[in-house]
Design a protein around this ligand. Structure first.
Ligand code: ASP
Length: 324
């Protein structure tokens, strides 16, 4: 019997409302999610490594302006884009991460190169970019990442004096249109977890962070153990939500620890955290996880999470709302 393999991805969790989702936008988002999960699945189906699968899946979402990672990332208070990303491979517990990069088209690739080609785990800012350019990366202008939607979102947050995600730009009563997003109060980070045919688990997470962030703010996404974890024989996890909560709860690492020490299954461990203390603290968001058997868990305490998976039987699923 061949070793089971599977993959799951997310494109962010948060307040995603049916009443504000146009058919057109829903179609575009679900198509992008499917494209992402299939790109990753193709890698493991062909016998490739789980790490390359999660990087391929995340790259598709980084290239799509609908998600808050790569192109389409949210803007900082100073109207620039600063991105964070991390990867982990479960075999040797190898990890790589970058924070606050401004000119790298696919931050997730750089995180993988930090893992593979440097002696370090986390590089930030100009240093991370210097490492990238020394390793053949092209300088990508900020204009590439900018979208009108994110600019408007920032202006609206600044007017209201709001930090980050605490905004839904369009009241629920308004009719959706092509330009309206149902998810401006969501955490649009992207991520992927996979189990390959060699039994390796891997995880990847990439984000523009939160709108209107200041002072070089970094969230959970590039922090191993908070936003990303992978341990062979146990679990791979990628999270999305307000990083300040996920950092303090060390969410990804907590899932892994519960499974390792308490022998909880992936579903119990994830739900315990997402619906438990994290929610009580006010930590809205979600996560994706895959265990060593290839079982997938999607957990969220928000009204939705963009997500997709291909399970061990090859079934493809794409979902948005929590009640689906
Ligand atoms: N976790 C990310 C951060 O706090 C945000 C997100 O998930 O969208 O930077």
């Amino acid at each position: 019997m061949t070793q089971p393999f599977s993959i799951a991805i997310h494109g962010g969790a948060g307040t995603i409302l049916r009443s504000q989702m146009s058919d057109e936008l829903k179609l575009e988002i679900t198509q992008a999610l499917e494209k992402s999960v299939l790109a990753g699945h193709q890698v493991i189906q062909g016998g490739g490594d789980a790490l390359d699968a999660v990087v391929e899946a995340v790259k598709v979402m980084e290239d799509c302006p609908h998600f808050n990672a790569g192109k389409g990332s949210v803007l900082t208070h100073d109207e620039i884009i600063e991105m964070d990303a991390s990867v982990m491979h479960g075999r040797d517990m190898d990890a790589g991460a970058i924070a606050g990069v401004r000119h790298i088209q696919n931050p997730i690739e750089l995180a993988r190169d930090v893992m593979k080609k440097s002696d370090h785990v986390l590089l930030f800012g100009e240093g991370a970019e210097k490492f990238a350019f020394e390793h053949g990366y092209e300088y990508t202008e900020q204009d590439y990442f900018h979208t009108e939607r994110r600019y408007e979102q920032l202006q609206s947050m600044k007017e209201k004096g709001l930090f980050a995600l605490s905004e839904s730009k369009f009241p629920e009563s308004e009719t959706p249109s092509q330009t309206q997003y149902p998810d401006d109060k969501k955490f649009g980070t992207v991520g992927a977890v996979a189990l390959d045919q060699q039994g390796n688990l891997a995880a990847a997470t990439s984000t523009g962070g939160v709108t209107n962030k200041k002072y070089g703010r970094v969230g959970d996404s590039p922090i191993i153990g908070a936003g990303t974890i992978a341990e062979n024989g146990n679990v791979a996890v990628s999270t999305t939500g307000m990083g300040e909560f996920f950092l303090r709860k060390m969410v990804a690492g907590d899932v892994a620890a519960r499974m390792r020490y308490l022998k909880e299954d992936v579903h119990t461990a994830c739900e315990h955290i997402i619906q438990g203390e994290l929610k009580t603290m006010g930590g809205e968001g979600g996560l994706i996880a895959i265990d060593q058997q290839g079982d997938i868990h999607f957990g969220m305490n928000s009204s939705g999470m963009y997500r997709a998976s291909v399970d061990t039987r090859g079934n493809v699923e794409v979902k948005i709302y929590a009640d689906e």
